[in-house]
Design a protein. Structure first.
Length: 143
């Protein structure tokens, strides 16, 4: 059984954060610059939620362009849905599908170890299947 920790081993543990009181446009700018789809939101040093590109798009679609006074806290998703490094990748994928989320923080003992995206999960599963196909093909053709 493959675990979420294997995905983090491949992609790394970097987690970008933004203050809950920061303007939404700052969050969007940081996500674009880092080529990522989410930021953890903090207030007083504590993680209070997650803001994603989808949160921003929902806000724009429903209420029109965001002005500079709208804060991250106003559009973030909270409470956080999290997994642990020991969570099975299939379980993580099912959780993301069932809850219709694309990013999930990986938390171990209260410490954020990283964020896994649905793209990370699909990439891992694809590599795993390619390996299995190659192994079976080699086994069949060598015998």
């Amino acid at each position: 059984m493959n675990k979420v920790s294997e995905i983090l081993g491949d992609k790394g543990h970097e987690v970008l954060r933004i203050d809950a009181d920061a303007p939404v446009l700052e969050a969007v700018k940081r996500m674009v610059e880092a080529n990522i789809g989410s930021l953890l939101v903090t207030k007083g040093g504590e993680i209070t939620g997650i803001v994603t590109e989808r949160d921003y798009l929902r806000r724009v679609a429903l209420e029109g362009p965001t002005d500079e006074e709208v804060t991250v806290e106003e559009i973030m998703s909270s409470p956080l849905i999290v997994v642990t490094p020991e969570t099975a990748i299939d379980e993580c994928m099912a959780l993301m599908t069932d809850r219709r989320i694309r990013h999930v923080p990986v938390v171990d003992g209260g410490e954020v170890m990283g964020i896994v995206s649905i793209g990370d999960v699909v990439k891992f599963k694809s590599k795993q299947q390619s390996f299995e196909i190659k192994y079976l093909t080699d086994y069949i053709t060598s015998g």
